[in-house]
Design a binder for this molecule. Structure first.
Ligand SMILES: [Fe+2]
Ligand SMILES: [Zn+2]
Length: 432
């Protein structure tokens, strides 16, 4: 193993952050431990072929490949992938590496390697990173709460005062946004600065050419976008023409429209499930055939993306929706697939505009709405452009939100912080 350039000191001070020792002040050494309470320790360990068989104090058994254990060592010499200060990589050892000895001590697994290097793995770290079928089932166990029109009667809501205090109140908001793909924030105030305060609950604002940093959705006499009129808008994914469309939509209502101007929401994952059950052929096309989206502002920008309408994760479950009816590009698909693809898109679009799938809620001044733009489509009914409706809008990347959610859950709900979450809509992959 190469030696690290300097050795981390326990007494490093905050003002020498240019050294490995200083960095360790901000990234305290944890080694292969999570520090979780209540998990069983390692009771015994023995070498079995190319693996180490471990029995935990509650009787659970897991096996770990020698390579996996050597690669996963997070001691001071090997470093920590979590902070990127890492000296052990897959080329640091050979494929046939095997420990010269393994033992259980004080609830830890101790592995000694042929070069004398010693690795220590806490029971909690080992069990939460184990990769047996039951462990992988647990990490893939998160499921969205699918909803239809009935959501209007019990809309996921979090008061601003609770969420702004952080801790359990903020985690409550995060969980609703994760599980429903949408959460209403009440009591957010009507001053324009409240928009960025809402966004700051989940992450930094993402600036785009189309929306800028903050976008004022207000009826204007000469509108550049449909949003700036009083026209009804069918539910849609914002900016599906970006390779990675905006992640979380942050809507902030400063003034409502009075009559009309209802907000409409559709759960794209619920629509996907319905198509999978009722029209498997359409579902296959929507999950495998890329469609194009386009947005052009002449002389300024020509945005184009290609990707399936429904992206699936590695387990075959919906991970993201990419569909903006008004920005759908002329189809560019195999000649013989064009008509079948139209049929499939129509299956999605019909459900998307149906009363069955549409949750309608009035939008009130002082309310915020956080929406997972890779799952939930939003729209509105028509309103009188003279009524003074004013909404401010900005976007926060989804990974910033999920990243904060994991870190907060690690402290307050450690059973869930490492569950895999949908990574959103993908771009086109290899032809199917
Ligand atoms: Fe929109
Ligand atoms: Zn090590």
């Amino acid at each position: 193993m190469p030696e690290p350039p300097t050795t981390a000191d326990d007494d490093a001070t905050a003002d020498d952050e240019t050294t490995a020792a200083g960095i360790a002040t901000w990234n305290p050494f944890q080694g292969n431990r999570l520090g979780l309470e209540g998990l069983p320790g390692v009771a015994s360990a023995r070498i079995e072929g190319r693996t180490v068989a471990v029995e935990f104090s509650d009787g659970a058994r897991r096996a770990f490949h020698h390579q996996w254990l050597r690669h996963s060592c997070c001691c001071r010499q090997c470093g920590d992938p979590a902070n990127g200060i890492r000296f052990c990589t897959v080329v640091s050892f050979d494929a046939d590496i095997a420990p010269s000895g393994v033992t259980a001590r004080g609830g830890d697994l101790i592995a000694t390697w042929p070069d004398g290097h010693v690795s220590t793995y806490g029971g909690d770290w080992l069990l939460r990173h184990a990769y047996g079928p039951e462990d992988r089932r647990r990490r893939f166990s998160w499921r969205p709460v699918l909803w239809k029109a009935g959501l209007s009667g019990g809309f996921p809501t979090a008061p601003w005062a609770d969420a702004a205090g952080g801790g359990a109140g903020l985690l409550g908001l995060y969980r609703r946004l994760r599980d429903y793909g949408i959460v209403r924030v009440t009591g957010a105030g009507t001053d324009p600065g409240g928009t960025e305060r809402l966004a700051a609950l989940i992450g930094p604002v993402h600036e785009t050419t189309v929306y800028g940093r903050i976008y004022d959705v207000q009826a204007e006499p000469v509108a550049k976008l449909g949003a700036k009129t009083g026209m009804a808008q069918a539910p849609h994914i914002d900016d599906a023409f970006y390779y990675s469309p905006p992640g979380i939509d942050v809507f902030h209502c400063l003034a409502s429209a009075g009559e009309g101007g209802m907000s409409t929401y559709v759960d794209g994952f619920a629509v996907a499930e319905s198509i999978a059950a009722e029209d498997p052929d359409a579902y296959r096309r929507l999950t495998t055939t890329p469609i194009g989206h386009i947005r052009r502002h002449p002389g300024e920008i020509d945005l184009r993306s290609r990707g399936p309408l429904i992206s699936l994760d590695e387990q075959g479950r919906p991970a993201g929706i990419r569909y903006f009816d008004r920005a759908l590009a002329p189809l560019d698909a195999d000649f013989d697939a064009v008509e079948g693809l139209y049929d499939a898109i129509r299956q999605f679009n019909r459900r998307m505009v149906s009363a069955e799938f549409t949750a309608s809620v009035p939008v009130a001044a002082g309310e915020g709405m956080l929406i997972d733009n890779h799952r939930v489509m939003h729209g509105r009914t028509a309103f009188d452009p003279a009524a003074g409706r004013r909404i401010r809008l900005c976007h926060v990347p989804r990974d910033e939100f999920h990243g904060r959610l994991r870190e907060l859950a690690r402290a307050l709900d450690p059973a869930t912080f490492d569950l895999h979450l949908p990574q959103g809509s993908a771009t086109a992959g290899p032809a199917q």
